[in-house]
Ligand binder design. Structure first.
Ligand SMILES: CC(C)(COP(=O)(O)OP(=O)(O)OC[C@H]1O[C@@H](n2cnc3c(N)ncnc32)[C@H](O)[C@@H]1OP(=O)(O)O)[C@@H](O)C(=O)NCCC(=O)NCCS
Length: 162
């Protein structure tokens, strides 16, 4: 299935944080990042790089999703990725992931890393679809639920095993 309406993916701005934090609560009712955490994350630029996806012309359309990475040199870690429930399975998560891959590559990274809850089938399916491979398990990392550590090489510039 493809996105039916135009969606713009742009850098997250301070003014986006209220809307982002609201979508965060919908996405993670039990362990949402607080407003304070979002402020700290955005203050971490340029090492942190956050994106929002907006419907329409990118100025005042609703935020439909967001994502961010932490670029540590060789590696970039996916900090978060979320798509509004009514927009899922339309390809937006894939667009956000691809944009993070581009940003990481541009910043000189050669691989992406992430941790995902073992019981998060949707996210694991997304990452598998985008060539992430399981490299480790952290038992009980999420309060009794395992974390699956996944990695994918970024092709091009200096990739070790692309
Ligand atoms: C994970 C998430 C970001 C995926 O976003 P999305 O926009 O729905 O993903 P896409 O539409 O780009 O899906 C791409 C592919 O991933 C796989 N996939 C995604 N959701 C899936 C699901 N519910 N069941 C099975 N496969 C799924 C499919 O292969 C899909 O391709 P297809 O639709 O052509 O079959 C979204 O489900 C979400 O926001 N979940 C809550 C937040 C979360 O768990 N984030 C990850 C934390 S590690």
């Amino acid at each position: 299935m493809m996105m039916q309406d135009p969606v713009d993916v742009v850098s997250m701005q301070w003014l986006d944080l209220i809307e982002v934090a609201a979508l965060e609560v919908v996405t993670y009712p039990d362990d949402a990042w607080s407003q304070a955490t979002w402020w700290a994350e955005l203050a971490g630029r340029p090492r942190r790089h956050y994106l929002v996806a907006r419907s329409g012309d990118g100025v005042d359309g609703a935020i439909l999703g967001y994502a961010g990475i932490d670029i540590t040199g060789e590696n970039a870690d996916v900090m978060t990725i979320a798509v509004a429930p009514q927009q899922r399975r339309t390809g937006l998560g894939s667009v956000l992931l691809a944009r993070m891959h581009d940003a990481a590559l541009q910043a000189g990274a050669s691989a992406m890393l992430l941790e995902v809850r073992a019981d998060n089938a949707e996210a694991r399916a997304l990452y598998a679809r985008h060539e992430y491979e399981q490299i480790a398990t952290r038992a009980g990392y999420y309060g009794g639920v395992d974390a699956i550590v996944m990695r994918r090489a970024l092709p091009g510039r200096g990739a070790s095993n692309a």
